[in-house]
Design a protein around this ligand. Sequence first.
Ligand code: ZN
Length: 113
Amino acid sequence: MADEHAVVMTPDQLESLVKAARAPIVDEAALRSKEQSRLRLREKIAKKARNEEVKYKACGHLREDNTSRIAWMTNSDGIRRGVCQFCNMTCGPDHPEYDRLIRIPTRAPHIIG
Ligand SMILES: [Zn+2]
């Protein structure tokens, strides 16, 4: 005996119904705000990078008394490397001015000894 309430569909209709049911629900507004916050973050990072670059270029890694702002450390490989306490530049043997920068005293002569 046939069920009068049965829904009769062609295979094509059934397929599109299944596809629609499986499709993820896309929240357009959420996607837009996600995209916007990503753009804002990217802008913020770019701005920070620009600031760091300006700071690095303006920085002579020297204090007003011409002592070096670079904090030097001898690493486990026995090589001295430094970080400028002002612009965060790292200075190792691969730095073009390593030989010059490493000779600049980090303290004024009258403080030493
Ligand atoms: Zn510096």
